[in-house]
Design a protein around this ligand. Structure first.
Ligand code: MN
Length: 423
């Protein structure tokens, strides 16, 4: 077992049992305060540990890392140090925060400089995203969509079980949790007989997803095998792939998603490392028909991550509308990456690869309003008495994710965004 994942570890920092960030997690992010520039932090309990100061005070001396890696507005340079280094740093931080390690515990002066309350910091985009790809890898989601729009008896298209379907998205509009955005406008065709119109999207939706972040580049022409894929994946975040369904319906033929997708995608700020998620690995789907050799894998490649979606109407209570799980993915991250690079397409540190909407088998585990309201035929009741078929202006959508086992909870925090009226 990885030492930093030991469920018996306790920190000298007080961590509530409901916290997403116990000593076994130690996710990395970029934060700033009113008085400090962006830098790398690690979340523990309700505190953020400032790695730039930790390095400056000499507690990371053995790694000999230039402080510009830590006083940086992105994690890319840090991630580029390589997994063997970043994993060892996580182990070292675990040691420093351990209740039995006096170095920081008994150094009041250092502690005062090293920690910020999470509520006092402003989280930033964790990585500079060069390229972003979105997959379509949940079998329940693909089946639901195929059932609604095509043929319930042939819901999956012929390619679906043979390759992880995906498209290239847009990196520029990936935004950090807490960033509000305006309802997109676009071209739609409200009915068969009338010509298309331009105006605010009427069917705004969320897509419950996660994304993994590339930790090691490849050169043009190289392919990553499923066995080596783990080497190239640094960590994961929550991902809301906001979608304008009415724009999508009219525009997507024949080349796929475009303006219905690229107006905003919200991510959670803390990157949970693959090391921290390792104890929560579970068996994947039995894949039939058998996949081609380059997509075969062995071992437990799915992860048991609870994924919840809430709608928070303006000035009212939040409502849980979906409870799903990452383990419902048919295609694993390792297969997605092997497929993505199978033609020699190169990848770079900081690239983001999203899962696709993650729906479970039950109606309360569907990952989009399209499915939850079944194309608007089954509106969802909110606690304030209102109904939702899709997302209204001034609604906030919040996604939360966490793994839980043996008394350890490894959480992702939130991916949250508010929809402002169209401009
Ligand atoms: Mn999507």
């Amino acid at each position: 077992m990885i030492k930093a994942n030991d469920p018996t570890l306790r920190s000298w920092i007080d961590v509530q049992p409901t916290s997403d960030f116990p000593i076994q997690n130690l996710p990395f992010g970029i934060f700033k305060t009113q008085s400090s520039s962006p830098r790398i932090g690690v979340a523990i309990g309700d505190q953020v540990l400032d790695l730039a100061i930790l390095n400056k005070l000499g507690f990371l001396d053995k790694f000999k890392i230039d402080n510009s890696v830590f006083t940086n507005q992105y994690l890319n340079d840090f991630i580029s140090l390589g997994k063997s280094t970043t994993n060892t740093i996580r182990e070292h931080l675990s040691h420093l925060l351990d209740i039995n390690t006096p170095d920081l515990r008994d150094n009041k002066e250092a502690r005062a400089r090293l920690f910020q309350s999470i509520s006092n910091v402003q989280m930033q985009m964790p990585v500079r995203v060069g390229d972003y790809t979105d997959f379509y890898s949940s079998i329940d989601h693909a089946t639901n969509v195929g059932t609604m729009f095509r043929d319930p008896n042939n819901a999956l298209l012929p390619n679906w079980k043979h390759l992880p379907v995906g498209y290239h998205g847009r990196a520029s509009s990936i935004i950090i949790s807490g960033t509000d955005f305006h309802r997109p406008k676009g071209q739609t065709k409200p009915n068969e007989t009338d010509p298309p119109v331009f105006g605010p999207c009427r069917l705004l939706d969320f897509e419950l997803e996660t994304a993994f972040i590339i930790g090691k580049e490849t050169k043009l022409g190289e392919s990553v095998s499923t066995a080596n894929a783990k080497e190239h994946i640094f960590g994961m975040v929550l991902f809301n792939d906001w979608s304008a369904r009415d724009i999508q319906t009219w525009e997507y033929v024949p080349l796929g998603p475009f303006l219905a997708k690229n107006f905003a995608s919200t991510i959670s700020p803390w990157v949970v490392t693959m090391d921290a998620l390792e104890p929560f690995r579970v068996k994947g789907y039995k894949q039939e028909p058998k996949v081609l050799p380059y997509l075969e894998y062995s071992g437990e490649n799915n992860i048991d991550i609870n994924l919840d979606v809430y709608i928070h109407p303006d000035k009212n209570e939040e409502n849980l509308v979906s409870h799903s799980n990452y383990k419902f993915m048919y295609w694993t991250m390792e297969q997605q990456l092997a497929h993505h690079t199978s033609n020699g397409c190169n990848i770079n540190v900081g690239d983001m690869m999203a899962s696709g909407t993650i729906s479970g088998p039950n109606p309360d585990s569907y990952g989009s309003m399209l499915e939850l309201s079944w194309r608007g035929t089954k509106p969802l009741k909110m606690k304030d008495g209102s109904e939702r078929k899709f997302i209204n202006d001034n609604d906030t959508v919040i996604m939360r994710g966490y793994c839980e086992k043996g008394g350890v909870r490894i959480g992702f925090g939130e991916a949250k965004g508010k929809v402002l009226p169209a401009i």
